[in-house]
Design a protein around this ligand. Structure first.
Ligand SMILES: CC(C)(COP(=O)(O)OP(=O)(O)OC[C@H]1O[C@@H](n2cnc3c(N)ncnc32)[C@H](O)[C@@H]1OP(=O)(O)O)[C@@H](O)C(=O)NCCC(=O)NCCS
Length: 154
């Protein structure tokens, strides 16, 4: 995926998330949106991850959301995904005074992603249905970590 595309998508998404966040949350904490990109020694982008404010006002125990993680197929299964999350959390901890949990949402059929999240310590939180992506209603699951430090220690 071209980096320019990722940057453009993330920029508009970031603005919308920050706007939603400021409308629904106490502004004494600032939560940045963090993007971590994995590149080869030839500067080819092979993975990225986005961690930022969770705009859902009802999910107060989970103020932070793992919005995206994607690793190119060829590079899956070799630990890049874990490094991306750990690096994003480290940056979040160094840039924000926010403590609390992290939520991630995945389609039920995405068993690889669900296994990966569990492997890095996420616990099942709730099941839900969503038509947010593509209009068609699909089964999904929310998983989470009670604290960002749980991710680093895994
Ligand atoms: C989700 C993603 C980031 C995980 O990264 P990864 O490098 O594949 O993760 P890992 O290989 O470290 O871990 C995946 C675990 O799933 C399990 N697994 C592997 N293949 C699987 C499969 N086909 N079906 C179900 N589980 C599978 C294994 O337990 C594996 O851990 P292990 O090999 O150490 O036992 C990556 O697969 C990806 O980019 N997928 C496409 C984008 C995506 O779906 N993003 C998530 C959106 S919610």
């Amino acid at each position: 995926m071209p980096l320019e595309f990722v940057t453009n998508v993330n920029q508009s998404r970031r603005e919308s998330l920050l706007q939603q966040w400021s409308q629904t949350h106490d502004s004494k904490h600032t939560i940045p949106s963090i993007y971590v990109v994995a590149v080869t020694s030839e500067n080819q982008v092979v993975g990225y991850c986005e961690l930022g404010p969770n705009p859902e006002p009802s999910e107060t125990q989970y103020p932070i959301s793992l919005e995206t993680i994607h690793v190119a197929k060829k590079y899956q299964g070799c630990g890049i995904s874990k490094s991306l999350i750990v690096e994003a959390v480290r940056l979040m901890l160094s840039l924000s005074d926010m403590t609390g949990g992290v939520v991630v949402k995945a389609f039920q059929q995405n068993q690889r992603a669900i296994s990966f999240y569990k492997k890095v310590g996420a616990e099942w939180l709730w099941d839900f249905e969503t038509s947010e992506y593509g209009g068609q209603s699909r089964q999904a699951v929310a998983l989470g970590w009670k604290s960002m430090k749980d991710i680093i220690s895994k």
